[in-house]
Design a protein around this ligand. Structure first.
Ligand SMILES: Cc1ncc(C[n+]2csc(CCOP(=O)(O)OP(=O)(O)O)c2C)c(N)n1
Ligand SMILES: [Mg+2]
Length: 306
């Protein structure tokens, strides 16, 4: 799929559009009437989000930059254009769409996104990983009510999401459930158990996003347990599959829209990404899975992200 700004395509909403309780349609990806496309605005925001993430991890002296950078466009488009939620004062709105960051170590990216939408203050971002902070190294629902569950122990989020999606159907609720998992995480057997369960129940109100950055904790996924061909695997498990460039904002947008409108099967976005995206020294580099850059490395990364 190629990026396009054609007026006939569903627009990407602009930054000015406020929080989305807002009478959004149950399948907001199908809206055609909001502000004009703003791919450039979103690209600027993605770069600014990466700078914030880097700032937080440098201040904390620890964290997971690589897998935070790889999913920025995925989180940004999801929260900006698809996820229905209300206001920071009403995080428990019962019809809100649910988002579960199953790869919880990507917390810095999630926290910056939550700050963009007012659930966390910008000042608070400096508290990442501090003792007593709400912004723990992995998302903790005890401190952040907007979270659906605490995550960080890999493999569990899709099961939680499938249960949530089934609950929505039983309760006749319009909300959708989104779960973001890692490629290394996909080596967990529980992921495939959840995949079978969701397909068996035809949970078309569930979208999984796989951040396929090709790297896990200490090496390349293909060298540890190769997952490919991922598209064929998910397809054979009964899912509607979108295989995209996870940094191409138009492709990300279209994939979310396609999954939201598809009926009869759960949807999965196989997002081909680059671990450490945006900071050349960190890109495709397993060394930056789980450590903060030193001052020289950080300076070079900030220059790349300027
Ligand atoms: C059950 C479990 N086993 C091991 C870990 C330690 N761990 C943290 S991140 C990680 C690698 C995850 O790789 P991937 O899912 O590809 O994430 P990303 O590349 O997006 O950072 C591992 C093994 C964990 N958090 N949970
Ligand atoms: Mg990975």
């Amino acid at each position: 799929m190629a990026a396009s700004r054609s007026k006939t395509r569903a627009p990407v909403v602009s930054r000015e559009t406020p929080l989305r309780d807002n009478g959004r349609e149950p399948s907001p990806g199908l809206r055609e009437t909001l502000s004009p496309p703003s791919i450039e605005t979103l690209a600027d925001r993605a770069r600014a989000i990466r700078r914030e993430i880097l700032q937080m991890i440098v201040a904390a002296g620890s964290g997971h930059p690589g897998g935070s950078f790889s999913m920025v466009e995925l989180l940004l488009v999801l929260y900006d254009s698809f996820l229905r939620h209300r206001t920071p004062q009403d995080p428990d709105w019962e019809d809100r769409d649910r988002f579960i960051l199953s790869k919880g170590h990507g917390a810095p990216a999630l926290y910056v996104i939550l700050a963009e939408f007012g659930y966390v203050s910008k000042d608070e971002l400096g508290d990442l990983r501090k003792l007593g902070s709400r912004l723990q190294g992995h998302p903790d629902k005890r401190f952040l009510p907007i979270l659906e569950t605490s995550t960080g122990s890999l493999g569990q989020g899709l099961s939680f999401g499938a249960g949530t999606a089934l609950a929505a159907r039983i309760d006749k609720k319009p909300y959708r459930t989104y779960v973001l998992i890692g490629d290394g995480e996909s080596e967990e057997g529980q992921i495939w158990e959840a995949a079978m369960f969701a397909a068996h129940h035809k949970l078309d109100n569930l979208t999984a996003i796989v951040d396929v950055n090709r790297i896990q904790l200490d090496g390349f996924t293909r060298d540890i347990v190769d997952l490919e061909p991922l598209t064929e695997k998910w397809n054979s498990f009964g899912w509607f599959v979108q295989d995209i460039d996870g940094h191409d904002l138009r492709q990300v947008y279209d994939a979310f829209a396609a999954c939201a409108s598809h009926r009869g099967r759960p949807g999965v976005i196989i997002a081909r990404t680059v671990k450490g995206k945006g900071a050349s020294e960190m890109e495709d580099n397993p060394a930056f899975h789980g450590r903060a850059p030193n001052p020289e490395e950080a300076a070079r990364a900030f220059a790349d992200l300027a």
